[in-house]
Ligand binder design. Sequence first.
Ligand code: SAH
Ligand code: SF4
Ligand code: F3S
Length: 445
Amino acid sequence: MVTGRYHVTTFGCQMNAHDSGRIEGLLESLGYLPAPKRDEADLILFNTCSIREAADSRFVAHLMEARAVKRRRPETVIGVGGCWAQSMKDEIFADYPFVDVAFGPGQAGKLAEFLASDSIGAQGYFEFESFTADLPMKAGQGHHAWVQISVGCNCRCSYCIVPTTRGREVSRSLDELTGEIQDLAARGVVEVTLLGQNVNAWGRDLRPQRSSFSELLSCVDSVEGIERVRYTSPHPKDMREDVIEAHASLPSVCEHIHLPLQSGSSRILKRMRRTYDRSRYMDRVAMIRERVPDCAITTDIIVGFPGETDEDFAETLEVAEEVGFDGAFTFIFSPRRGTEAAEMSDAFVDHDVARKRMDRLLEVVRRRGSERAQRFLGRDLEVMVEGTSREDPARLRGRTRHNRNVYFDGIGAPGDLVEVSITGATSQSLTGEMALAAAAQRLSR
Ligand code: SAH
Ligand code: SF4
Ligand code: F3S
């Protein structure tokens, strides 16, 4: 049995950030304390991602640093969890013999068992066991919390490794979720982000009573103390009217929808197995614009998917122009082990071609993002304070309901809602100042 200090490094998406929080909560409940640096830890953990090749190589470089620590201090325990671990379950101990324990995203709880055992041999845990949300919460949550509403993904997007690393979709029950969010609110949380690989498919697998994502939104909205509700990521195929309507009618549900496009070409969308085409996507956008006119729309786009021609790419550019996304995450296609698209090597797009397409896409994304941002100029927006600006600690940093960062002069503590007059807007962030009267009122309190 090891005791002492732990260090966790997290890669990947918000779900991993959530899972790491629970892993830390578990370790602290077992008496471990956080170590500020990796080489001061008795237990070095990694929560890994495998979404693109770059994620793998970044992580492996860190893992090698941990090996160096273990060479100096052989009693150090090295643990690897998350999606990379799951996708490498058959090779991990042979390829990286210095790893002591490995576990997939649904088995983080097994870490307690491993740490309590006297086993000196390496251990792997890879069968879905439970939600990480069932593990203890860390103390000192702050004003924002991630809430895991489902795990896994039943989609079969041909480029994506997630269905093999996170397994089939399983939803947590409405009662459990409401209970957790009430508990968070009691601890001072005012903003929650609901997490799932495909959040808006939530509830369909629940028995005896199926439920819907819009129903969940309405329950979360009614929790006393929760001022802002966000979620990520929804799938366009499940972006139904009731969900869009929830943004219009529920006060805490923010005016921001992340709607992953992936490609503007229906032909490529079909090869990606996204199950919607360009016109269905545009139809969703039109519905959002009609019901929630000020809603921010952000997206994910993949460039250079196998078989993507100049014409296909031109369609992606057209959609990006037409929609005018508030922001976009853009990726060059990366073949992932075990996926259908990785087998399409005869249609792989030349890397230089993909790079050039990416540059053109970025130009459109930045220009349209910046144009969209201009609508905020001169407006007074509700901003949630998050901290101070890194560049200028005398200024505050916050976020609008549209999920835009704002840097401003004013007074407030993390979690406070303040009104800020917007004086500057770029594709990246807004600047402004708190109304003087409001600031004075705060000071006098
Ligand atoms: N469940 C989420 C996405 C998770 S991955 C969803 O469906 O929206 C986040 C983004 O990474 C994806 O939206 C996609 O744009 C990108 N991505 C996933 N696999 C990829 C691959 N093999 N190559 C390049 N980008 C990829
Ligand atoms: Fe991957 Fe598609 Fe599932 Fe998103 S919806 S996690 S892209 S398989
Ligand atoms: Fe990465 Fe797994 Fe998230 S592959 S993006 S950590 S679901």
